[in-house]
Design a protein around this ligand. Structure first.
Ligand code: 3PG
Length: 398
């Protein structure tokens, strides 16, 4: 259901679950992508005359207030982007929230303090979660789910509250689901997938699902070393997920059997230590010195990957190719970002880190077909899993 299905919203209190989980350096937002992505739905609701109540989380506090996880630093950026004052409640369902909501006039907006400061939000105990969802629901007349980054979480503000109020999906959630389903449901071929980032374990389900769908899987970043190890190569002090070596061997066999081309790095930028100014050199990926660790793909790999990206008709990229936060080890990620930007197919960037990398490296976002705001959520969609926050909205529709 769209927000239009909620009827005339003038004067109605609308609770919107947004994903404002942005990276902070102290109180400075280092990537405001998620705040910007939240704006269209909020604007539409304000224009419709609703009294908008935004509920969101930041980080992973343990069910109690912690200053470093306060959403307060987000208020001014959100106000700036919306061009209107955003009121702030210092709790989520308590006195401050109730007073703030009561003070809203039509077309005004408030942000509630981090929803994860309440144990009920993430509780595994259904009754405790439900009780908290009821307190959230009591603040509003309708609910809009627009935090795509959290739709894979069965949490009170994402899942339970949608069963308690008339509920609809905001435009961000709709666009995200549409773009990501376009990738997996019937991709135009060649369908190329680029996976990077540190942990193989996070990507197992995705790889497994893609081994029956993709034409080509390119592996870079920290997870590539587990693949190189599985091929029997020395990887020195590079990241290794020892528990996954056998699983990865199995993937390589399945890829071969299914005719999926698996592309691994051929050279690697290595250093003796993990630091921004570490002395580095380029070595073949099959000969990483025992006392060094790989921190980026090398220039030959960047060229190889670019050539494997160029003809894609559908492309999904998740995870950086190296430690892009250190300028010295950002070249591989930069080269892949450029290759994907130049690709004429339908290109989707999934995930917090790769999306942040693109913006921080200064790439124009309009050169990509879709940049997801979800990390885990976009991966789980690609994995073919049912996402509780989406399912609950679809159930409502039935
Ligand atoms: C994210 O950063 O991927 C989302 O905001 C979800 O956060 P979580 O993984 O802590 O639930």
């Amino acid at each position: 259901k769209t927000i239009e299905s909620l009827g005339d919203l003038r004067g109605k209190r609308v609770l919107v679950r947004s994903d404002l989980n942005v990276p902070l350096d102290g109180t400075r937002i280092t990537d405001d992508g998620r705040v910007r992505a939240s704006v269209p739905t909020l604007k539409a609701l304000l224009d419709a005359g609703a009294r908008v109540i935004v509920v969101a989380h930041l980080g992973r506090p343990k069910g109690a207030p912690e200053e470093k996880y306060s959403l307060r630093p987000v208020v001014s950026r959100l106000s700036e982007l919306l061009g209107t004052e955003v009121k702030f409640a210092t709790d989520t369902v308590g006195e401050s929230a109730q007073e703030t909501v009561a003070s809203l006039a039509d077309g005004e907006i408030a942000l509630l303090e981090n929803v994860r400061f309440n144990a009920g939000e993430t509780s595994k105990d259904e009754a405790e979660r439900r009780a908290f969802a009821e307190q959230l629901a009591a603040l509003a007349d309708a609910y809009v789910s627009d935090g795509f980054g959290v739709v894979h979480r069965k949490q009170a503000s994402v899942y339970d509250v949608a069963q308690l109020l008339p509920a609809a999906a905001g435009s961000l959630v709709r666009n995200e689901v549409e773009s990501l389903r376009k990738v997996t449901d019937d991709p135009e071929r060649p369908f190329v997938v680029i996976l990077g980032g540190a942990k193989v374990a996070d990507k197992l389900g995705v790889i497994e699902n893609l081994l029956t769908k993709a034409d080509r899987i390119i592996i870079g970043g920290g997870m590539a070393y587990t693949f190189l190890k599985a091929q029997g190569h020395e990887i020195g002090k590079s990241l290794l997920d020892a528990e996954q070596v056998d699983t990865v061997k199995g993937y390589m066999e399945t890829a071969e059997k299914n005719g999926v081309e698996l592309v691994l790095p051929v050279d690697t930028v290595v250093a003796a230590e993990f630091s921004a100014d570490a002395e580095s050199e380029v070595v073949p990926s099959t000969q990483i010195p025992a006392d060094k660790e790989g921190l980026d793909i090398g220039p030959k790999t960047a060229e190889l990957f670019a050539s494997k990206i160029a003809d894609a008709k559908t492309l999904f990229w998740n995870g950086p190719m190296g430690v892009f936060e250190f300028e010295k080890f950002a070249e591989g990620t930069r080269a892949v970002a450029e290759a994907v930007a130049s690709c004429e197919g339908f290109t989707v960037i999934g995930g917090g880190d790769s999306a942040a990398a693109i913006r921080n490296l200064g790439f124009d976002e309009s050169r990509y077909s879709h940049i997801s705001t979800g990390g885990g959520a976009s991966l789980e969609l690609i994995e073919g899993k049912e996402l509780p926050g989406i399912a609950v909205l679809e159930e409502g529709t039935k």
